[in-house]
Design a binder for this molecule. Structure first.
Ligand code: 9MR
Length: 462
């Protein structure tokens, strides 16, 4: 009896994983997309103009050398609406300029309405000072040398979050937040490479116990999304909406309590579930220890359960660690392997100068960059069944079912520096097929004429 139960379980498990892959982010041609890129950038939080450090040439480098097709671009409510009801048009124009550095190269932009510790003037960054529960810059009770997140325990920060999420009493705050998003959506709705809007970075409910126990996600966060999503849809019906669970605990691998999020109009959801992966306490300086090796699959298993409810693709909107930590490379390998199995997109935290960044202040790579350079299917003209990349062997494999009604090629990112002596390409399962390497963008285009062919693509060093 036991044996037969086990057999049944083994039979069912692959089906569960396969069910996840039926939902995908798609481009205008109908190709299934996988997004890889950087969070750009942490430094913008404290920059006086709220701008990332990058120049256009840095974007060009990401596009042509690193194989990234996406950026998660930080923007801030406090920068957009520094005074109640007054938008900073200059800031928005500067954002637009940077957006176009990416989108003119056909890289995708995800706007991340960032916040940490509620907002400017009170905690760290995000909301404008006028939206906080306390309107003066406060003297922090938590010492600066403590992990930054601990400031969330300060009473005035808690009160600010609680007021923001208590809609009935403080409608004004959310109404302005919603209007701020509508302003952004109005500016970018016609840019096809702005792929979506990440509604709120790492939502937090203020009261830690209530947040952990689920009340915050079940009621306030879910209700906020129910107001915000239709408001964005009134302006823009085409771009994806990226929504996050609460950050506290979920980032470590605990389960989220967020009820199913619905898009409008019903029946054509364009939603992406965007969770952050920071195993405890790797992100605040710990090494990648054997216990974490077990925790990583737990983090993904929690997301699998949530995706069964949410029924949409997964994005790992943030993950990152110091390259000085022991086994940082194993951490990233494990994360990428599990992400690829689920066809999850990702953006690394963060694109800055030094620290956890893939780049040093002089632009030279840190050891992180080497790990982020991967072969992956940026766009699949059909249904992607599986893909994997082994960084030790530099071996890539993907399987997909072709769809000849899609007027576009399958495109694979092949960062040039991975294959100094070139690579071998083997395509099986269909004839005829053709390939074309774009040396400028480091992408390999594969075209298949047959419909519903089960195509296998393998790539390895020459
Ligand atoms: O890495 C960032 C750290 O240097 C800052 O002090 C802190 C507060 O601004 O933010 C850290 O970045 C976090 C990001 O904003 C949200 N997700 C977790 C990131 C790492 O802790």
């Amino acid at each position: 009896m036991r044996k037969s139960l086990l057999f049944l379980f083994i039979l069912l498990v692959p089906d569960i994983t396969r069910a996840q892959s039926t939902t995908a982010i798609k481009d205008a041609l109908g190709r299934e997309l996988i997004l890889h890129g950087l969070n750009t950038s942490g430094s913008a939080k404290s920059d006086t103009a709220h701008m990332p450090w990058i120049k256009e040439s840095d974007v060009e480098r990401e596009h042509t050398q690193f194989g990234f097709n996406t950026v998660r671009l930080l923007i801030f409510w406090g920068a957009i609406e520094p005074e109640e009801g007054v938008y900073n048009e200059h800031y928005l124009a500067e954002v637009k300029k940077r957006v176009e550095w990416y989108t003119s190269r056909h890289m995708y932009v995800i706007f991340d309405m960032h916040q940490d510790v509620f907002g400017y003037g009170i905690g760290d960054n995000g909301a404008p000072p006028w939206a906080a529960a306390h309107d003066a810059v406060i003297k922090h009770l938590i010492p600066n040398k403590w992990p930054w997140w601990m400031k969330n325990l300060e009473p005035k920060i808690i009160k600010s979050y609680v007021q923001f999420f208590t809609y009935k009493k403080h409608k004004n705050r959310q109404q302005h937040y919603i209007a701020c998003w509508q302003k952004v959506a109005g500016m970018f709705k016609d840019n096809p490479y702005v792929i979506g809007y990440d509604l709120m970075n790492e939502p937090h409910g203020g009261r830690v116990i209530k947040t952990l126990a689920g009340g915050f996600e079940r009621r306030q966060l879910s209700a906020m999304y129910k107001r915000l999503i239709p408001a964005i849809r009134a302006i823009d019906t085409t771009h994806y909406i990226f929504f996050e669970p609460r950050s506290f605990g979920v980032n470590f691998g605990m389960s989220s309590h967020l009820p199913k999020v619905y898009d409008t109009p019903a029946g054509h959801p364009k939603l992406v579930y965007s969770a952050h992966c920071y195993l405890k306490f790797v992100d605040i300086g710990g090494d990648y220890k054997p216990k974490h090796v077990k925790e990583m699959p737990h983090w993904f298993a929690a997301r699998d359960r949530e995706l069964k409810k949410q029924q949409c693709p997964l994005m790992i909107g943030e993950f990152g660690l110091s390259p000085k930590k022991k086994d940082f490379d194993a951490y990233l390998h494990d994360l990428f392997r599990l992400a690829d199995e689920r066809h999850a997109s990702w953006s690394y935290w963060s694109n800055d100068h030094g620290g956890w960044s893939p780049l040093k202040p002089d632009g030279a790579p840190t050891p992180i960059l080497q790990e982020l350079l991967r072969v992956y299917p940026q766009a699949t003209a059909g249904h992607l069944l599986s893909y994997s990349y082994d960084p030790a062997l530099k071996a890539f494999e993907m399987e997909f079912v072709s769809d000849s009604s899609i007027k576009g090629n399958t495109e694979i990112a092949v960062p040039r520096s991975l294959f100094p002596n070139g690579y071998k390409l083997v395509v099986t399962g269909t004839t005829p097929w053709a390939s074309q390497a774009d040396d400028r963008t480091n992408t390999l285009k594969i075209s298949v004429t047959e419909n519903r062919a089960h195509v296998v693509v393998k790539l390895s060093p020459e």
